[in-house]
Design a binder for this molecule. Structure first.
Ligand code: HEM
Length: 469
């Protein structure tokens, strides 16, 4: 057994360990600092720290206590006085940004191609963070979580604090958790998360369960999600002894506004169901890789641990050819577990290097048949997708590019993730006997509407930034 990892959880912002499930409403304030007055920006940060940014530990004193977390872009760090030498230590993709500028007539930037942000999902069309000069530049993301009765006041308080600091009125995106954490396509979401090594123990029975979790590859080194700790490659991006490095106890935060076309998804699964003699829910489950209630398509191995009851399965021995959970299904692409590699053990270890913590929430009203919610089919809804990782290129971008957008993943001939935004009209394959089902997806059910890469600093780093002369 290796040495126990001591993570400084009191310094890590709370969203790393918690999705704030008791705080069903959330808001995401996006803004650009007014240029010029560094000290004024630092004073705002000091005041925000005094109001309290929620740490991972101690957890909230009550279930209804509102939570705040702050993330910044490179320009946000700069406008709080972080010097270029320090900024240079951050990763290239963070410094370049999710949607690098495109000069008129120039080819599409490499990063945009890597992410598959093409067609209707092109940064040219984004509401924020894209190529439109008016809405392109973002400095900060303040994430607010509260119970329904308190969210409006919390937003108003933070908007008041930003008045005179932000350039114009911040953009406010609102998210919420629906009952049972069901996202707009109707699936329970957010429960398959990597278990960070060194996370605080919740239950006494934990250590007995840890063995099976480790075997399943569920326990992942802290350095995959926090800078300053050893990762799965036995390396740390911050050299030992550099405790005041501003990256310490921080992580990169990927934020994407993903619109979901619910009626198109529903009609598609029903039409395909009729074609092949199955129900719409059967088809939907093959596209996602789970039933709508979260149950997996592969029989789980009971391990007596309720928390992991839905997640105790692998692919290689149970379902190598994808007859139970299709090879191209969303969850099998996004976390292939032991299925991609020379042998299952190596594959499992490799896949641990490409995990993300997901903290996204739905936005917009639930879709109701026949426009019963009063807005017809045209109201916008989707997912405010958040991924946390220590290496955007090796984790989020790798999953998006090499697995979700990959037509030839694991021997497939065609088709990308059925619920991704990648624009192609290709067939989706559902493995079956004696012949596979191949169905055409007319257009993507998801469209990117905005996005940016942020850094979620540790609390000490934020205090140091606010105090630096
Ligand atoms: C609107 C878009 C999306 C929807 C509706 C969606 C929905 C879901 C649902 C319902 C699950 C299963 C529940 C769970 O495991 O917690 C899931 C799992 C997952 N999704 Fe997504 N997702 C979306 C986009 C993405 C994107 C863009 C990525 C990454 C680039 C991603 C990565 C993952 C991962 C890593 C898992 C867990 C897989 C596992 O561990 O088995 N998702 N998603």
């Amino acid at each position: 057994m290796g040495k126990k990892v001591e993570v400084e959880w009191t310094d890590v912002q709370g969203i790393v360990l918690s999705g704030y499930g008791d705080l069903r409403r959330s808001a995401y304030l996006l803004w650009r600092f007014q240029s010029g007055d560094l000290q004024r920006n630092k004073n705002w940060l000091s005041a925000l720290l005094t109001r309290r940014l929620t740490p991972s530990q101690p957890g909230p004193s009550s279930k209804t206590q509102p939570a705040r977390n702050l993330a910044l872009t490179p320009s946000g760090l700069r406008r709080l006085g972080v010097e270029q030498a320090s900024l240079n230590s951050f990763s290239f993709e963070f410094l370049e940004g999710m949607a690098p500028e495109r000069a008129p007539g120039a080819p599409i930037p490499r990063r945009t191609n890597v992410l598959g942000d093409l067609g209707h999902s092109s940064p040219e069309k984004w509401n924020w963070g894209g190529w439109n000069e008016q809405t392109r530049d973002i400095d900060g993301l303040l994430m607010l979580f509260a119970v329904e009765a308190e969210i409006d006041q919390l937003i108003q308080d933070e908007l008041n604090a930003l008045a005179g600091i932000a350039d114009g009125k911040p953009m406010v995106l609102r998210g919420q958790l629906f009952d049972q954490e069901i996202e707009h396509f109707g699936f329970e979401d957010g429960f398959s998360q990597p278990k960070i090594e060194g996370r605080p123990n919740k239950s006494k029975g934990h250590s007995r369960m840890a063995k099976s979790e480790i075997k399943l590859g569920a326990e992942v080194k802290a350095g995959e999600f926090l800078l300053g700790y050893e990762n799965e490659r036995k390396a740390s991006v911050i050299p030992k002894g550099q405790d005041r490095d501003i990256r310490r106890n921080g992580t990169y935060l990927v934020f994407r506004q993903l619109e979901q076309d619910v009626p198109a998804f529903n009609s598609f699964v029903c039409a395909v169901g009729q074609q092949i003699g199955e129900t719409g829910d059967w088809v939907a489950a093959r596209l996602l890789g789970r039933w709508k209630n979260g149950d997996p398509l592969i029989p789980e191995k009971p391990n007596g641990n309720e928390e992991d009851a839905k997640n105790n399965f692998l692919y290689h021995y149970e379902d190598r050819s994808g007859l139970k959970c299709p090879i191209g299904a969303h969850i099998r692409r996004a976390n292939p577990r032991d299925s991609l590699g020379p042998d299952p053990e190596t594959a499992l270890h490799l896949s641990k290097m490409h995990r993300i913590i997901r903290r996204g929430r739905p936005y917009g009203e639930r879709w109701q048949p026949n426009g019963a919610n009063g807005h017809g089919d045209r109201a916008e809804r989707g997912m405010l997708f958040i991924a946390l990782n220590a290496d955007i290129a090796g984790q989020f971008e790798m999953i998006q590019h090499s697995w979700i957008n990959n037509r030839h993943l694991n021997g497939l001939y065609t088709g990308t993730d059925p619920i991704s935004h990648f624009p192609d009209g290709e067939a989706i394959t559902i493995q079956n006997r004696p012949a596979n089902f191949r169905v055409n997806r007319p257009k993507p059910f998801v469209t990117v509407r905005g996005g940016a890469y942020f850094f979620l600093p540790g609390l000490r780093a934020l205090r140091d930034i606010a105090a630096a002369k």
